[in-house]
Each structure stands twice: as C-alpha cells, then as structure tokens.
Design a protein around this ligand. Structure first.
Ligand SMILES: [Cu+2]
Length: 176
C-alpha cells in the first residue's frame, strides 16, 4: 500500500512541476513583448521627419498657457516669418505671451528666471545676448508678426518669457 501511495504522490508532484513549467513558458511571450516596447517608441523620435518645413509659420497661444505647436521646422538660408496670435481673452498683464527664440546652449530655466524680473521691458532682459529674435508681448485677441533670417542649421529652443510660462510654453525650432 505504501508503495502505491508513494507512486500517487510522485505522480501528483510530477503533475504540479509540469504545470509549473508550463506556467513559466507562458511568461516567455511577455518577456518578448518587453523587448518589443522600445521598437514602438522609436517612431516618436522620427516624428519630426513627419513635420514639413515651412518658413511662413502660424503660431498661436491661449488663456491655458499653451503654444499651438511645439515643433517648428524651417529651411535654412531663407527668411522666416512668424505670425503669432493670442486666441485667448485675458489681458497681457495676467496672461501675456511672446515668442522668444533662444541661442543654442542657452538654458530655458536660467533665461526664464532672468526674464521674469524684466517686467519693464516685456520680460526680455535689456542687456541679454541669449536671444536670436523675439516678438512683442501680446494679450488676448492680439496678433503680432516678426521676420528674420533663419539661423544656422540646428535645433534651438523657443519659449514664452512671461513669468512662470517657460516651463510649459516651450518648443523646438529646427533649422534644416
Ligand atoms: Cu506666455
């Protein structure tokens, strides 16, 4: 009888181990999925190639502190025209916006912090050498236009320098 009971026990244990083995095998496809995830992220990096270069840019902002575009792409060696509109209703004293194109390597936060105290000059520090070009500060319903020569090929940052805005109101300006 004892031998029979042991045999049953062995068969029982063998079944559990086998099932366990199958369970592990089932997890294998999940591990494969993990390695597939970076492949899915890759197109995000390539997104910029989907954006066509245009040197005649329409950019807007609103009362929710948002730029309508976060990636601007232009062709080098040509003029760039930016028509910048504030589609909100709030006054520029409380929700003013501008477009400030920073030179390469300029930190958005260090410039943004300096600019916040330049209220007498529409939040552009008067002696700054950090800026390529900027628009005037506008409030709800206003539109402003600037024209300038595209800087050298590369990626630049643009921000709104109204106090507290640069952290959310910023984007990349790409010259190809
Ligand atoms: Cu702003």
């Amino acid at each position: 009888m004892k031998t029979f009971k042991l045999s049953v026990l062995f068969i029982f244990l063998f079944t559990i181990i086998s099932c366990g083995g199958k369970g592990e095998k089932k997890q294998a496809p999940n591990n494969n999925k993990r390695t597939e995830t970076p492949k899915e992220i890759k197109p995000k990096v390539d997104l910029y190639s989907d954006i066509e270069a245009s040197n005649d840019i329409d950019l807007s902002s609103n009362d929710a502190m948002k730029f309508s575009k976060e990636i601007l792409k232009v062709e080098g060696g040509k003029k760039v025209k930016i028509t910048f509109k504030h589609t909100g209703k709030m006054d520029k004293k409380v929700m003013g916006h501008n477009f400030v194109l920073l030179k390469k390597g300029v930190s958005m936060s260090s410039f943004g912090n300096k600019a916040a105290s330049a209220s007498s000059n529409e939040y552009i520090p008067e002696d700054t050498e950090d800026v390529i070009v900027h628009t005037k500060l506008i409030g709800g319903g206003e539109v402003t236009t600037i024209e300038f020569d595209a800087p050298a090929a590369g990626t630049y940052r643009f921000i709104c320098s109204f106090p507290g805005h640069y952290a959310v109101m910023n984007g990349k300006f790409i010259v190809i």
